[in-house]
Design a protein around this ligand. Structure first.
Ligand SMILES: [Zn+2]
Length: 271
């Protein structure tokens, strides 16, 4: 599933090249998670001014309104001057004067939604509940620690929920907790301020390293120009059940939390 680094790597791979492009046509395939919210032909003539990211949403700013794009479980984008004929899993296409942007999404949990502005009801519904951006200056230790103190959920599940800090999905939550030496099952409320600070730094480091590696490719993720991620080769715990910890040699343990697999080192992450 694409997480923050994959979405950001995708953004970086086409944002500069599509900016300034005039939309020539837009077309839809099978229904995605939410309807587009506008007749696709009404997008023709609009200009793509730039591409931003909020959480795992890409925001394509148009000269009128914006498109919110989410990759869901299995989505990926392609951008090129010309693309081959659409396949059965291509469900959205934007032909612009700068090139064609296409969403491939076999499981169709992704979405493209047009909104008039970021304060439109649908935009507020999708973006309003998102937590702070972990790579921005808004990720403040006092606020982070206060939010943790108010919650009894296991720290890893709180990170995944995305309402305190956004975009730290399953892989990066496991990796950040390892780096901070925190047991994923620990109640968030029990984290001291120094440990919250360690976790904050670890989240930034893990996401920064993942972004530098172009994200993680477990199955079929690639950015909009077809480059795969390499962070999976750097993972300390994720996907390494039974293998020796890269720090202390203890076998990495895998447990289930919620519906998700969690990986940790029982020695490096005692509490
Ligand atoms: Zn260890």
């Amino acid at each position: 599933m694409p997480e923050l680094p994959e979405v950001e790597a995708t953004r970086l791979s086409f944002a500069d090249r599509i900016a300034g492009g005039r939309i020539l046509s837009a077309s839809l395939g099978k229904p995605l998670r939410w309807p587009l919210g506008i007749a696709p032909q009404r997008l023709a003539g609009r200009t793509v001014q730039g591409v931003r990211r909020r959480g795992k949403y890409l925001l394509l700013d148009l000269d009128q309104g914006l498109l919110l794009l989410h990759l869901g479980m299995s989505g990926s984008l392609s951008f090129a001057p010309q693309l081959p004929a659409p396949g059965p899993h291509d469900h959205f296409e934007l032909v612009t004067s700068r090139g064609t942007l296409r969403l491939n999404d076999p499981r169709r949990f992704g979405a493209v939604v047009w909104v008039a502005g970021e304060d439109a009801p649908q935009a507020r519904k999708l973006l309003g509940g998102l937590g702070v951006e972990p790579l921005s200056d808004d990720f403040d230790l006092d606020a982070f620690h206060a939010a943790l103190k108010a919650r009894r959920a296991p720290i890893k599940q709180l990170l995944l929920a995305g309402d305190v800090v956004v975009g730290v999905g399953n892989i990066y939550a496991s990796e950040a907790l390892f780096l901070a030496g925190i047991r994923p099952t620990l109640s968030a409320a029990r984290l001291s301020r120094p440990r919250a600070q360690k976790l904050q730094a670890a989240i930034r480091e893990v996401l920064g390293r993942a972004l530098a590696a172009g994200g993680t490719t477990l199955r079929n993720y690639s950015n909009a120009v077809g480059e795969r991620g390499n962070f999976q080769f750097e993972a300390m715990v994720y996907g390494r059940a039974g293998q020796p910890c890269r720090v202390c040699g203890t076998p990495i343990k895998a447990i289930r939390q919620g519906q998700r697999a969690t990986f940790f080192c029982p020695n490096c992450q005692k509490t």
